[in-house]
Ligand binder design. Structure first.
Ligand SMILES: Nc1ncnc2c1ncn2[C@@H]1O[C@H](COP(=O)(O)OP(=O)(O)OP(=O)(O)O)[C@@H](O)[C@H]1O
Ligand SMILES: [Mg+2]
Length: 155
């Protein structure tokens, strides 16, 4: 599907409102593809009331919500090697009540949790204000009901 920024925000909030936890959602795309726009929308939908600044320096930021859900937002762009993930508490990620959002998941290599959603955003060459969105199921993450689009399966 091809969405403008407002539509992407609506869709992301709907994901955040409806997703079951624990869930890991990887957000893939080039610089400026809209990974953070989508992560913030999912977080807002899940009940985060704070603004969600970019975790590009801290790599990981954690948010409480109105409910017992916690949102964990990671941006792994500055990760040098996947081994650095252990310092972030990587092994405890994906606890019962967490929505884990991971930008630049490819930096985690083989350490990515085996069950997750992978959302890929691309900027169409001729439409700089739209984004093509593809959703891939990797392993067996909890169902997402916010998907009015086809889902492919990987791994
Ligand atoms: N349809 C769209 N969906 C999302 N963002 C859009 C869209 N059209 C334009 N934009 C703009 O694209 C930019 C996306 O920035 P964002 O920080 O979300 O990218 P990113 O993928 O997180 O990049 P980075 O790799 O630097 O973290 C924003 O400035 C946003 O306003
Ligand atoms: Mg970003």
């Amino acid at each position: 599907m091809r969405l403008d920024e407002i539509e992407l925000g609506h869709w992301g909030r709907r994901i955040g409102q409806t997703v079951e936890t624990p869930v890991v959602i990887a957000l893939r795309g080039t610089l400026g593809a809209g990974k953070s726009v989508l992560a913030r929308a999912i977080g807002a939908g899940a009940g985060v009331r704070d603004t969600m600044p970019s975790p590009s320096y801290n790599l990981l930021l954690r948010y409480d919500t109105d409910t017992d859900v916690e949102v964990v937002h990671l941006d792994l762009y500055r990760l040098d090697t996947p081994d650095e993930l252990w310092e972030l508490g990587w092994s405890q990620l994906g606890a019962d009540n967490e929505v884990v959002l991971i930008e630049w998941p490819e930096r985690a290599g083989d350490l990515m949790p085996k069950d997750h959603w992978l959302i890929e955003l691309t900027v169409p060459e001729d439409e700089p204000d739209l984004r093509d969105v593809e959703v891939h199921r990797v392993g067996h993450p909890p169902e997402l009901t916010a998907f009015p689009l086809s889902v492919s399966t990987r791994g």
